[in-house]
Design a binder for this molecule. Structure first.
Ligand SMILES: C[S@@+](CC[C@H](N)C(=O)[O-])C[C@H]1O[C@@H](n2cnc3c(N)ncnc32)[C@H](O)[C@@H]1O
Length: 245
């Protein structure tokens, strides 16, 4: 499996998990240190600094391959979204990435479970941290809900209030039916010319990619699309994007 995409416990949490409340303080301290390092140095280094932070720290680590995330970053940089949504946030790495590449006045929506499959959602404590990801006048909405429920769809539509999404990143329920539902429910909210990206399009063991590669083969046959894959044999990851023209 390629570097940067293993669904393991963040190192800081693994090392300190057995310490209980002391571990919590240590984890908080580690996260604050990463954040301070990013603010003082990383953010001045453009996409490279952003990738270093997003993939190199133990707290917010994105479950992505560096070269693939870079290519996705370049795609977003070429047309920064003002209205964007992510399904599957987990440790927050891809959400942080999105807040940095979206416009400073963007509306950004994240949907993830309080605890779930393929990485396990995130806690209310993390939610308090993620709320601080927004910059400038960005409006960040964090729904800790099932993306497939009608209530969640209604919440998302409520936030959009008739506006269309420029960008949708689907990295939530990896079962074939799960990814298909996410596409069918939220795809229609994406504007003409907007982008829908899927993570884990590369064939691999079911526990890594679920039914995403199968769904990707079907859906990519119907739309203009591109693939960002570091290595066809990496057994997971790979980003596929569609453009609705
Ligand atoms: C692979 S992780 C996301 C990784 C993240 N995008 C990154 O690259 O760092 C998948 C996430 O999808 C969430 N998920 C699974 N099924 C879901 C559902 N039905 N609704 C919302 N989120 C879901 C899981 O809780 C998990 O946090």
């Amino acid at each position: 499996m390629a570097e940067g995409c293993v669904l393991k416990t963040p190192i800081a949490e693994r090392r300190t998990g057995w310490l209980g409340p002391v571990g919590k303080v240590i984890r908080g301290w580690n996260a604050a240190r990463c954040w301070a390092r990013y603010l003082s140095r990383g953010r001045h280094d453009g996409l490279s600094g952003l990738l270093d932070f997003t993939l190199g720290n133990h707290f917010f680590c994105a479950m992505q391959v560096r070269s693939e995330l870079r290519a996705l970053g370049e795609l977003l940089t070429s047309a920064p979204p003002t209205c964007a949504m992510e399904i599957g946030t987990a440790r927050g790495g891809t959400l942080f990435f999105l807040t940095r590449l979206a416009t400073p006045d963007a509306t950004i929506i994240s949907v993830d479970l309080p605890a779930g499959r393929f990485g396990g959602g995130y806690s209310s404590a993390r939610r308090r941290v993620y709320r601080r990801f927004s910059r400038g006048a960005q409006q960040l909405y964090l729904f800790r809900e099932d993306s497939h429920s009608p209530e969640t769809l209604a919440h998302v539509k409520g936030v959009l209030a008739g506006r269309a999404l420029d960008y949708l990143f689907i990295d939530g329920d990896h079962r074939y039916e799960g990814v298909r539902q996410d596409f069918e429910l939220y795809g229609p909210l994406v504007r003409k010319g907007g982008v829908i990206a899927f993570h884990d399009i590369v064939d691999g063991p079911h526990e890594n990619v679920g039914g995403v590669p199968r769904f990707w083969k079907e859906v990519s046959a119907r739309y203009a699309h591109g693939e960002i894959v570091a290595d066809r044999k990496q057994g997971s990851c790979g980003i596929g994007w569609l453009s609705f023209e």
